[in-house]
Design a binder for this molecule. Structure first.
Ligand code: ATP
Ligand code: MG
Length: 421
């Protein structure tokens, strides 16, 4: 065993895995771009207070999952556990909110100290999008339709479903909280320990409990839907009617409360059965009060974050990876090797996007051809002293009975372009 191993909860991405992440990021980025979103860069570190104030003191994230340190000057800093707080801080700091509409997105690692398992890591990748300045249900619908399009483009729409809920306003939620607490208090001694504690700290989070007995008790609990204020109900009805018009199926799930304090009105999750317990691939919702909470003017806002690690797990079995090379260039002898590098440079110019790999270093032609074969390249170039003297290269068709033809150097690019057309 190697002397050093990854720290618990951290993961290395081998090339095949990294390829999926890179591909996912570029495809999702292109989709967001086509809806008018602009990418921003956010730091990995924010002040600890930002998360305490926004995510909420009584949440799992703030209570037990944050990587919080004192830096060398004694300031308390935190590796970001999520992106919304930082994005709100960003939008406010740069004056992007007043009288404006913004559609922003970001990607990168998040950090949470949780129990590592498949689909759950201590450093994980998210792509998040946040919209500011739009209060109506239309932007909620647009967001959701964009995500539905993404699952279709990725070919996973059959195994992922939308769950919707409304969290109402802070006031209506307070009324619901009372109803929930008074219902659950009757069964207090049967609740799991975490839920019992949450009865006073954050009762809505009990709805999220995975404990079987607690879940059974929750079966008859009052529903948040029955306690919605009129505006939230109208908003929710308009949203669901837009989704129905767009023929997007969804499931109402009054248990979705999301793990963070800042949500109001619309909340949603995209879930799959294909990942075991870590079934939530994407979560989001509205947070109209958050900008004000961090000292800005009241600004309606809605967003989502998706976990790339879980998406990559969904894609990995059927993913078709790029070949290691399209063209492999073998050479023997010092002069030929120099020539091979120059030819490779020329081909990269003439055949953009093709993966051209040269054999660097010594080696018999036979061994080089074995490498060429392993690379899955369609053709190999063979350049030896004879070829240099003739001003030609041997082109070996690796996938076509290995036949080899001699092509004049001056004709090479055109010849190869034809092959790859
Ligand atoms: P979960 O219920 O699985 O803990 P969450 O509600 O804490 O998820 P969010 O804060 O909504 O997750 O983050 C959005 C998405 O980020 C999740 O749906 C998931 O895909 C991903 N995610 C969250 N935590 C992790 C993690 N520790 N490892 C990998 N992905 C994660
Ligand atoms: Mg979590």
């Amino acid at each position: 065993m190697a002397k050093f191993q990854t720290v618990r909860g951290m993961q290395d991405l081998l090339p095949d895995k990294q390829e999926i992440y890179t591909d996912l990021t570029s495809r999702i980025g292109a989709l967001l771009d086509s809806y008018g979103y602009r990418q921003i860069g956010l730091p990995l570190i924010e002040s600890t207070d930002l998360f305490r104030r926004t995510v909420g003191e009584a949440t799992d994230i703030v209570e037990k999952e944050m990587y919080t340190f004192e830096d060398r000057s004694g300031d308390s800093i935190t590796l970001r556990p999520e992106g919304t707080a930082g994005c709100v801080r960003f939008a406010q700091q740069h004056g992007l909110l007043f009288n404006q509409v913004q559609r922003l997105w970001y990607c990168g690692p998040m950090f949470r100290y949780e129990r590592p398992q498949k689909g759950r890591y201590r450093q994980f990748e998210q792509i998040g999008a946040e919209c500011f300045g739009m209060a109506g249900p239309d932007i909620d619908a647009e967001l959701i339709l964009m995500l539905a399009r993404l699952w279709r483009e990725l070919g996973i729409d059959d195994s992922i479903g939308l769950e919707l809920n409304s969290m109402g306003t802070i006031e209506s939620r307070a009324a619901y909280r009372e109803a929930l607490v008074s219902y659950l208090t009757q069964f207090e001694s049967d609740l799991d320990e975490d839920s019992r504690r949450r009865l006073t700290t954050n009762p809505l989070r009990i709805l999220d409990s995975k404990n079987k007995t607690t879940q059974r008790i929750l079966g008859d609990a009052p529903s948040i839907m029955e306690h919605l204020d009129a505006a939230s109900r109208d908003h929710f009805e308009a949203l669901t009617s837009l989704l129905k018009t767009a023929q997007l199926p969804f499931r109402l799930n009054p248990r979705i409360v999301r793990g963070l304090d800042y949500y109001n009105k619309t909340v949603f999750e995209w879930v799959t059965d294909s990942l075991g317990a870590q079934g939530t691939v994407c979560g989001g919702g509205r947070y109209d009060g958050l900008v004000e909470e961090v000292g800005g003017r009241a600004t309606p806002a809605v967003g989502f974050a998706m976990g790339l690690d879980r998406l990559a797990l969904m894609l990995e079995e059927t993913y078709s990876h790029r070949e290691a090379a399209d063209i492999y260039i073998a050479s023997a002898g010092e002069v030929a090797r120099g020539q091979a590098l120059l030819i490779a440079e020329q081909l990269r110019q003439d055949l953009p996007g093709k993966r051209i790999v040269t054999h660097c270093g010594d080696g018999k032609f036979k061994a080089q051809m074995k490498r060429a074969d392993e690379s899955a390249a369609k053709v190999a170039m063979v350049i030896g002293e004879d070829e240099v003297a003739e001003g030609a290269v041997g082109v070996k068709h690796l996938r076509d009975k290995g036949q080899q033809v001699s092509v004049a150097m001056t004709e090479l690019s055109v010849y190869l372009k034809n092959i790859f057309e």
